[in-house]
Design a protein around this ligand. Structure first.
Ligand code: 26Q
Length: 806
């Protein structure tokens, strides 16, 4: 055990002492929030000891460093996971118990930093945990948003967004590092000056914003590595504030000029959907520029001006295209500030930056109007123009005369900056996040580039940190596994496979079932706490939790529930395995159809609850404000995981892995990482349905299919759809779901109707299998036992072998 671990007695002493010093109270009089602060800062003290020595060692480190740039880090709460990683969780739990305090109550006082939308942001957070735990020197870099992703409420059967003021009570985990502040410039114009026979470019009349780093320690599991998540916070540069306007009382004008007060106000709530807002562009440049300036400073501290060493000594990894301005920004620093020539600078940059793609949806591809880029970032725009000129010359040689193709591949075309083309052309590595996704990138999305530079392309299947998503959130399953195979899987999760023989052990299966029951009970606690309701713990828990998006097909799930309801109502003898369908999903505030789908789900829930008979077999629960903390209660309690995306659309998925690890079976299409889950567990331990990606692609090329035929031939579907708009479902607003109905019949872009039959058949099999308790539990155990490969430790090791070489 690491020597810095605190024993139980010192933990108790520290907590009581802090409450006395900071709050001037005794433990008995302290609020839960105050006790939380005391417990968290006790754990923080322990991390700090390691952080100090890690930073000390860093000073003489001459190897490679990784900068992982992401516009989102969806961290979730830190206290429990930090305690787990420091091997102090047991001591903390016992210390609190002896002080007469319930640790679960204290831990939920921690506000959740929701600095991300969904998969991409949560992946970045899992990566930080794994980077530290496999002891790679890395820094995560992003923005310190004042408001995270909105909090979701349900009012009158609809989503309502509420601001998420996560910093209200301060943040125990952050430490400002003002010494590392840098200045980022916006706007202005570029002047050329001849100096010593060389043309230099100078930005004039620009507006400056200071970037101050706020650092969060990231402690690895059972080791001495403590990495850093660096969140940049803008601060106004004094000279910059419009003092004239300010002193004449024109505060609005003074503030309007103060970019710094708005840059980091709020995280944009769009997930897999691009909107060309200029403030967003400003956010992206703000944190990439700050990060790159810091990285170059650190490089120079270590290696002086031997910039040709840069590709060996640092990698800048960009999480999707959002931090893609790292490419022209590094060019700018090397040329304008360090005096390198174009060729030299480009050779370095294109060996230093690596890019991961997370989506193939065309509406999510990032593009910026050239005009906006020119006005906000004139020097960066200039560099992009020159980069584009050289790129197109090269493309012209490769594909002479093929203008269409060249325009498709260009960085600048049709008045827009194409960030994906910039990232593919100028980075040394482009990777997908599952095998299928990697293949689609090569065969389709980036096929033109793949023909030209095939060696850049790879895929690395996503993963999740088994520490948060099993060891911390499902302590009873953790202990059961450890009682069977020991604890070596904590450090090497692939050992989970040693659990496979236990699938045939009746006593083990019985214990496994008990754990699931306990977790359903814990889920009920959470649900009761959050929205004052509970569900029957005897029911099968069937869950679809993820961002709301048409391609993820929550609609398919809802339509199926609707059909089940009608079966129950129409046939007094109908029975089924009692099921609760659990949904959790935030819709982007401007995504109208996604919001309609939420209304549909909520209306179904209400309609079912009105029938005492239907309620005995069927419930629909919408978990409000689905976030990391909710997920931590939902995953362990779930029996069946719904992964219904139209094949070819979900790049990977990571929720699918969390459910599997916690012993849920997957109901899924052959999409993203579902394909690899299928390979790990085998066809007998998963429910696969629906069209394959190649079939979908063919149908799409043919311009779709005719859903009306299905409507005409399938009476159950027809009935459900009709009820959607005839007042049966929503007596108070019968026409509310008209657009959903219309889309399903005339513009079923994601093939909901097409896959319905196959989905419904697969769901029948679930019913049968669940009744056979031995069979079901055997499958569930095998899912957990096969999940080791989906630990992000494996993912990170693969990134290091294939891409980073640290
Ligand atoms: C970009 C520019 C402008 C506005 C918005 C965006 C934007 C924001 C968020 C584009 C995409 C996203 C988020 C994408 C995302 O979360 N993708 C998910 O990434 C996961 C991790 O790799 C995968 O598992 C999921 O399959 C994928 O959907």
């Amino acid at each position: 055990m690491p020597t810095t671990a605190f024993d139980k007695e010192s933990i108790k002493k520290s907590i009581v002492g802090k409450i006395q010093r900071y709050n001037g109270r005794t433990l008995e009089d302290a609020t839960e929030q105050q006790i939380y602060q005391a417990v968290a800062s006790t754990i923080r003290d322990q991390i700090m000891q390691k952080w100090v020595s890690a930073r000390e060692a860093d000073k003489t480190y001459m190897g490679k460093r990784l900068y992982y740039l992401s516009v989102e880090f969806l961290m979730g709460r830190s206290l429990q996971c930090n305690a787990v990683n420091l091997c102090s969780m047991e001591n903390v739990r016992e210390a609190l118990m002896e002080l007469g305090i319930n640790w679960r109550h204290i831990f939920r006082e921690e506000p959740e930093p929701g600095l991300g939308n969904g998969g991409l942001g949560r992946l970045a957070a899992c990566f930080l945990d794994s980077l530290a735990s496999v002891e790679l020197p890395a820094m995560g870099c992003s923005i310190r948003y004042e408001y995270g992703l909105f909090r979701q409420r349900v009012v009158d059967g609809q989503q309502v967004e509420v601001p998420d003021n996560w910093l209200e009570n301060g943040n125990v985990w952050e430490v400002p590092s003002p010494d590392d502040s840098v200045v980022v410039n916006f706007g202005g114009h570029v002047e050329m000056v001849e100096e010593n026979g060389r043309t230099n470019y100078k930005l004039c009349d620009y507006r400056s914003v200071q970037a101050v780093p706020y650092d969060m320690p990231i402690a690895g599991y059972d080791c001495n590595t403590v990495n850093t998540l660096r969140l940049w916070r803008p601060r106004s540069v004094k000279e910059n504030l419009n003092l004239g306007a300010f002193s004449s009382g024109n505060y609005e004008k003074a503030l309007e000029q103060d970019l710094s007060s708005i840059i980091s106000k709020v995280l944009y709530p769009e997930d897999s959907h691009y909107e060309g807002k200029s403030l967003r562009l400003t956010q992206h440049y703000f944190f990439t520029s700050a990060t790159l300036q810091y990285a170059v400073k650190d490089f120079k501290r270590r290696f002086g001006t031997r910039f040709n060493l840069m590709p060996e000594k640092m990698t800048v990894h960009i999480n999707d295209t959002h931090p893609g301005l790292a490419i022209p920004e590094l060019m700018r620093i090397l040329m304008d500030e360090e005096g390198l020539g174009w060729d030299e600078a480009q050779a370095i940059v294109s060996k230093t930056v690596a890019y991961t793609n997370h989506t193939v949806l065309s509406e999510a591809l990032e593009k910026w109007p050239e005009q906006m880029m020119k006005e906000r970032l004139p020097r960066i725009y200039m560099i992009l123009e020159e980069m584009n000129r050289r790129l197109c010359a090269r493309l012209w040689n490769a594909f002479p005369g093929d203008w269409d193709r060249i325009a498709k591949m260009a960085i600048l075309a049709y008045g827009q900056v194409h960030m994906a083309n910039l990232c593919v052309a100028m980075s040394y590595s482009v990777n997908g996040v599952s095998r299928l996704h990697g293949e689609i990138l090569k065969a389709d999305t980036f096929n033109d580039y793949y023909q030209l530079m095939p060696e850049k392309f790879s895929y690395i299947t996503n993963g999740i940190t088994h520490r948060r998503w099993l060891m911390a959130c499902n302590t009873h399953l953790r202990d059961l596994i450890t009682s069977a195979i020991g604890d070596k899987w904590y450090k090497n999760p692939e050992y989970l496979s040693e659990l496979k023989p236990f699938a045939d052990d009746a006593a083990f299966r019985a214990e496994f079932e008990k754990v699931k029951r306990f977790n359903k009970h814990q889920f009920n606690h959470m649900l009761d706490q959050r929205q004052g309701m509970t569900v029957d713990e005897d029911f099968l828990f069937d869950t679809q939790c993820k961002r709301l998006h048409e391609y993820k097909r929550q609609l398919l799930n809802a339509l199926h529930i609707h059909v089940l309801y009608n079966r129950i109502m129409d046939d007094p003898n109908y029975t089924m395995v009692p099921r609760v369908f659990i949904f959790g999903a935030k819709a982007s505030p401007g995504y109208y159809k996604a919001k309609l789908i939420i209304r549909y789900i909520l209306a179904l829930s209400k309609m079912i609850d009105k029938s005492p008979r239907a309620r005995k077999m069927l419930r629909v629960v919408f978990v409000e404000n689905y976030d990391v903390s909710a997920a931590e209660a939902i995953m362990p309690a779930t029996d069946l995981s719904e992964q219904l995306s139209t094949a070819g659309k979900e790049a990977s998925g990571t929720g699918n892995m969390k459910f599997m690890m916690n012993g849920a079976l997957t109901m899924g299409t052959m999409d993203g990482a579902n394909v690899e889950i299928y390979e790990q567990v085998g066809a007998d331990n998963i429910y696969i349905f629906g069209m394959r990606a190649d079939t979908v692609a063919v149908l799409e090329r043919e311009g779709g299919y005719n859903p009306l035929q299905i409507f005409e031939n399938n009476a159950e579907v027809r009935r459900a759809l009709t009820q959607m708009i005839d007042g049966t479902l929503m007596p108070d607003s019968p026409t509310a779901l008209q657009e959903l109905y219309h889309d399903m019949l005339f513009n079923d872009r994601y093939f909901v109707m097409k896959d319905f039959g196959s989905y419904s058949m697969a769901q029948r099999r679930v019913n049968e299998d669940y009744l056979d308790r031995d069979k079901w539990l055997r499958m569930a155990v095998l899912n957990t036992a096969s999940s080791g490969i989906f630990s992000s430790d494996r993912t990170i090791r693969e990134y290091n072998e294939k891409i980073w070489h640290i």
